[in-house]
Design a protein around this ligand. Structure first.
Ligand SMILES: CC(C)(COP(=O)(O)OP(=O)(O)OC[C@H]1O[C@@H](n2cnc3c(N)ncnc32)[C@H](O)[C@@H]1OP(=O)(O)O)[C@@H](O)C(=O)NCCC(=O)NCCS
Length: 396
């Protein structure tokens, strides 16, 4: 591990280290045979662009005993879904050295993702997921390469592994311009009440807040002075608590809702469908509507037992300040306005990753490009000491 530059790796890997090493020594690894990728693409259409890159990487990894063993351990660990996020937070990926192995190190996580594809395909087929949703949902092997290349001047690599490896769970479905994730639970830090006219109020529950009413620990809201925790009470006749404002901040003022008029419609643990917005192509209202129409029918057919109560989204796209920056008529503003926004702890770095395509934090805001209204608006916003936050949003 240290020869690969991995300073830290999960202690639990020691439990299967010998077994994996022995097997690797005796049999090699199926995913290190370049023919594996021909077959994978033939069966599942998952490598239309980068098949040769994957084959080349398999050969390179198999030529290094250390990299092969690391790869086998990673593939083994990825099967333990309950602990994988913890594993990855305790793991340094091999550090690309200069020379021919550097590319192999960078692309290696993508090969490990490929291991999931046959099982995910089987699970989705069993659900009778239609092909026009199933095949795009399998495109994770290439998505991570595109993501890396867009942030490294076209150099090959695989990034955002922590996110793409969630493909193993077969819980993310690509439906038109949206990705749906299910099952998901509504967080217990929010509770939504509705009256007969359809008006809603969201109470904040138990989350620690900055004195200005935003989630403590968020960028610009690290200061603990005056921090507070909103209270919530349910009496025989009333719900009493601190509601979220239209800005997604929490009000200091408590309000009281009568049980005669208001009832809970969405509370912690309720089943919801999470939404993600892949890059590529615009987010026009028509495209979004078409995707929702398709999504509803897909959910009804393939998940008839899943009685979700809302669509949710955790993203920089939920911050209502975007409407001020872009005006109400932009696609982004229209998408944002579909959701009720609520603060969550946010580093406010999403726009640098997704819009300015920065690979890391080594940049100056004043040097960022200004090629569109969004880029100009965001840059100005941050230079004026403000930020765009990842927020949690829902609509019923
Ligand atoms: C979300 C997304 C599809 C919206 O694109 P869109 O439909 O073109 O957005 P709009 O029409 O509202 O764009 C308004 C302005 O912002 C600009 N803009 C939108 N997305 C941009 C991007 N990724 N990079 C630079 N500028 C962008 C547009 O060019 C337009 O400016 P202009 O009038 O000067 O040309 C797009 O931003 C995107 O692909 N983002 C990456 C994926 C992402 O962030 N997902 C969420 C992860 S949590």
């Amino acid at each position: 591990m240290s020869r690969l530059g991995c300073e830290k790796w999960p202690a639990r890997w020691k439990e299967f280290y010998s077994e994996v090493a022995e097997k690797q020594e005796k049999e090699g690894h199926a995913l290190l045979d370049p023919a594996y990728y021909d077959e994978l693409h033939e069966k599942y259409r998952v490598l239309p662009t980068y098949k040769e890159l994957y084959k080349r990487t398999a050969v390179k990894i198999s030529e290094s005993a250390e990299l092969s063993l690391f790869f086998a351990l990673l593939c083994r660990a990825l099967r333990d879904r309950a602990v994988i996020e913890e594993d990855l937070s305790n793991l340094d990926m091999p550090q690309p050295q200069r020379g021919p192995d550097a590319e192999a190190c960078r692309v290696l996580p993508g090969l490990a993702i490929c291991q999931s594809i046959p099982d995910v395909y089987k699970t989705m087929k069993k659900r009778r997921v239609p092909d026009d949703i199933l095949y795009p949902s399998l495109r994770v092997a290439e998505a991570g390469v595109d993501f890396y290349m867009a942030r490294h001047n076209g150099e090959a690599g695989y990034s955002n592994f922590g996110w793409w490896q969630r493909a193993y769970d077969a819980t993310i479905y690509n439906v038109g311009r949206l990705e749906l994730e299910l099952p998901r639970e509504f967080p217990n830090t929010y509770a939504v009440y509705q009256n007969k006219d359809g008006a809603t109020v969201v109470f904040a529950k138990g989350m620690k807040l900055h004195r200005d009413g935003f989630a403590i620990g968020s960028y610009l809201y690290e200061d603990e002075k005056g921090a507070w925790t909103p209270t919530f009470e349910e009496t025989e006749d009333h719900y009493v608590g601190h509601p979220f404002l239209e800005s997604g901040y929490v009000s200091r003022e408590r309000i009281t809702l009568s049980k005669k008029e208001w009832h809970p419609v969405l509370v912690g643990g309720d089943p919801v469908v999470g939404l993600h917005i892949p890059a590529g192509g615009g987010l026009s209202d028509e495209a979004v509507e078409t995707s929702f129409k398709k999504a509803r029918s897909f959910l009804k057919t393939c998940f008839p037992e899943y009685s979700y109560k809302a669509f949710t989204c955790a993203s920089w796209l939920i911050d209502p300040q975007l409407v001020d920056i872009l005006g109400v008529d932009s696609n982004i503003s229209k998408f944002c306005s579909r959701f009720t926004p609520m603060c969550m702890k946010s580093a406010a770095r999403g726009v640098f990753t997704f819009i300015f395509r920065q690979a890391d934090e080594n940049f100056e805001i004043r040097d960022l490009p200004e090629n569109s209204r969004l880029e100009r608006g965001l840059k100005n916003h941050y230079l004026n000491g403000k930020a765009i936050y990842e927020m949690y949003g829902f609509f019923l």
